[in-house]
Design a protein around this ligand. Structure first.
Ligand code: ADP
Ligand code: MG
Length: 687
């Protein structure tokens, strides 16, 4: 039988299996030993010295070198968490926050939620008194500033994965720079896999001399320090395909099978784009492995994307039985945020899901788009962590060389800025256009965001938050359109229902995703389908779920995703608490669905569409920009095609599809947003 090759370990440490893998026969390496073998360990003293003496330290180091898991521990060991202070480490992704926090708790031998904790939206696993190292999303840290603008409880804030340039990271960097001026004792660490360290340093370098107290030596240097951690990546051989593939899921599956048939042991990491294509690939591979007897025994196929249950997440990091090969099919979360041990082969589809925003039409889309060269290199690098590896790119070399862009565009420059603007306003930053951004957003996008917030009644004529509506909307950690819908439900007497809808809209899908069983799913949906549309259908599912006693069996029978529904119940509880805090009275409208639809309209009037009069194929046009859109096949209103609808979001494939659609009466639009509709679109709505 084939046994896993012993990885060469003679240069003092490449072999980094988790302690629990001892059972699989790799040999036991103590956690302490593992920590010492990480590249970052050699820089421990240097990092601590720089942090001590500089307000800002920039740490650049290859993925897997130990930045995220080790630096917070170094800081704690050096006393930065003494006296009740807290060390914060931010991540752009929720899943990374959870995974990294649980790893650090394990390394320190403490229970997660005590000394080491984490906070993500709708989930707080920290303890007010005992948590010393706290992992959180950058979005959550921004929210914390609403209560504590100077973030006084933190001694060090490590902004991790800064190269991702997520919108919250960028806003956070701008705000932290301001905080630093008021809190000279605060230390920042900006860390990332690859970053333009110089331009980041220039951003943080304030030439203004701090009004010095006398003891100059206790004031840290304002010029940022830059440290780069030398990794020890192994050579990765790159393979390209000759001809472009039409179906990258199928191509990925075939590539995995041929690696498995022809290459020596070593795990495989496949980069696809999202839950749908990952689930599809997992299914295809599992089937393939079952049919193909020769290779049937060896594969353990696991998905990795946000929205997985904790148990499924843990599987990805757990050792598998000896002699088997792990295949992890992931979103770009495994590109730099998470490191999986033992990967020797990478299959790169060349795509990821990215947000794009068009300020002219004011439409934001999550689309599958080509990655940048920088991303492609990161992905390939994942194969060479423990020994030389191979990377199979599902695109041609010519495409890589000639067409792939060198770097991605910061999210700030391709997003709807509504949430970002309202948060800055809530923090008292009035001059948004003059804000010190690491990458300036386009003025058009800014102006659009201000317009939307104005039409929602969140901003007044002076572009200040309205009271109380603006402040209330800012308090709710959801898209302002959803928050506005919740506020409106208070007046309409349907807050119980709308909070349920808001909770469901904040997760990906409540249905079990099925390829091949589409018909069964459609039939199951019909049991809940409401003529009014998807939002009311959601209420029916939620009621059914409660009536079943939250039964997993009931969920399975009805193609409802049990994990998702549990999450909905949890989120709903949190939203209820927030709603009550801002003075919303919880009330049910029982079966009066008209008020529910009016509340949805109050938040989403800007997404109104009208069925084209002579359209035979269900074409709608958006009122605000006359864009062609269609109802998504997953909607209960698909083929029903009511004359007037409102959608929650758009997805674009071959066409623009509306997801989560509800039918409305056009007169409600004028009721909900007289300014928006009478001034901008006076003739588009029948009076
Ligand atoms: P970096 O932040 O520099 O990319 P990390 O600190 O995330 O590096 O990772 C350091 C090491 O810890 C890696 O070898 C990685 O595999 C391991 N590790 C991180 N998280 C986990 C986890 N949840 N389970 C097991 N090992 C982990
Ligand atoms: Mg990291």
């Amino acid at each position: 039988t084939e046994r896993p090759p012993l990885l060469d370990d003679d240069d003092g440490g490449i072999l980094l299996y988790s302690a629990s893998s001892s059972s699989s026969g790799y040999g036991y390496v103590s956690i302490e030993k593992q920590r010492q073998r990480l590249p970052v360990f050699k820089y421990r003293t240097a990092i601590l010295y720089l942090v001590e003496t500089h307000a800002t330290t920039i740490v650049v180091g290859e993925t897997g070198s130990g930045k995220t898991t080790q630096i917070p521990q170094f800081l704690k060991e050096a006393g930065w968490a003494d006296g009740g202070r807290v060390i914060a480490c931010t991540q752009p992704r929720r899943l990374a926050v959870q995974a990294v926090a649980s790893r650090v708790a394990e390394e320190m031998g403490v229970k997660l939620g005590e000394e080491v904790g984490y906070t993500i939206r709708f989930e707080d696993l920290t303890d007010r008194d005992s948590t010393r190292i706290k992992f959180l999303t950058d979005g959550v840290l921004l929210r914390e500033m609403m209560e504590d603008p100077l973030l006084t409880k933190y001694s060090v804030i490590m902004v991790d994965e800064a190269h991702e340039r997520s919108i919250s990271t960028d806003v956070l960097l701008g705000l932290l720079k301001k905080i630093q001026r008021r809190r000279p004792e605060l230390r920042l660490i900006i860390s990332s896999a690859t970053i333009e360290a110089k331009s980041m340093a220039a951003f943080f370098h304030t030439s203004k001399k701090r009004r010095g107290l006398k003891g100059e030596d206790c004031v840290p240097k304002t010029e940022p320090a830059i440290l780069s951690v030398e990794g020890r990546g192994f050579n990765v051989q790159i393979f390209y395909i000759e001809e472009p593939v039409s179906d990258y899921i199928q191509a990925a599956v075939s590539t995995v099978m041929s690696i498995h048939d022809q290459e020596p042991m070593g795990d495989i990491l496949v980069f696809l784009t999202g839950q749908d294509d990952i689930d599809a690939a997992v299914r295809l591979l599992t089937e393939e492995a079952q049919n193909n007897r020769k290779s049937s025994s060896g594969l353990v196929v696991l998905p990795l994307y946000s929205g997985l249950s904790r148990a499924d997440q843990d599987l990805v990091f757990s050792p598998i039985p000896r002699g088997k090969r792990k295949v992890v099919i992931s979103t770009n979360i495994a590109e730099t945020s998470l490191t999986l041990e033992g990967v020797s082969y990478v299959v790169d589809s060349g795509f990821s899901k990215q947000r794009f925003y068009n300020p002219i039409s004011n439409i934001e889309n999550l689309v599958v788009a080509p990655i940048s060269k920088a991303s492609a290199r990161q992905r390939a690098g994942r194969a060479g962590r423990v020994r030389p590896g191979k990377c199979y790119r599902l695109y041609s070399e010519e495409y890589f060389v000639k067409e792939m862009s060198a770097e991605g565009i910061p999210e700030m420059q391709r997003s709807n800025l509504v949430s970002c603007v309202i948060q800055l306003k809530a923090l008292g930053i009035d001059n948004i256009l003059g804000f010190d951004w690491p990458a300036s957003p386009s003025p058009e996008a800014m102006i659009r965001a201000l317009e939307v917030l104005y039409s929602l009644g969140v901003l007044d004529d002076d572009a200040k938050l309205t009271s109380p509506a603006g402040f209330q909307v800012a308090e709710i950690p959801l898209d302002p359109m959803v928050s506005k819908m919740i506020l409106a439900s208070n007046q309409l007497g349907c807050s119980e229902e709308i909070i349920t809808i808001a909770a469901i809209l904040s997760i990906q899908s409540i249905w079990i995703s099925v390829r091949g069983q589409q018909k069964d799913l459609d039939e199951a949906k019909l049991r809940f389908a409401a003529a009014e549309g998807d939002h009311v259908t959601f209420l029916n599912v939620y009621k059914g779920f409660l009536r079943s006693g939250k039964s997993p069996k009931w969920c399975n029978k009805n193609f409802v995703n049990y994990q998702a529904m549990r999450k909905v119940v949890e989120i709903r509880e949190q939203l209820k608490r927030i709603a009550q805090r801002i003075g919303i009275v919880l009330k049910s409208c029982e079966s009066d669905m008209q008020v529910v639809r009016k509340a949805v309209t109050a938040g989403f009037f800007a997404n109104a569409c009208n069925l084209e009069a002579f359209s035979h194929n269900g074409m709608y046009k958006t009122i605000r920009s006359s864009q062609e859109v269609y109802i998504h096949p997953s909607s209960v209103l698909f083929r029903v095609n009511p004359k007037w609808v409102i959608y929650n979001s758009l997805v674009s494939t071959d066409r623009q599809y509306m997801r989560n659609v509800i039918s409305i009466d056009p007169s409600w639009l004028i009721e909900a947003a007289p300014h928006y509709y009478q001034h901008h679109h006076p003739n588009s709505i029948p009076h």
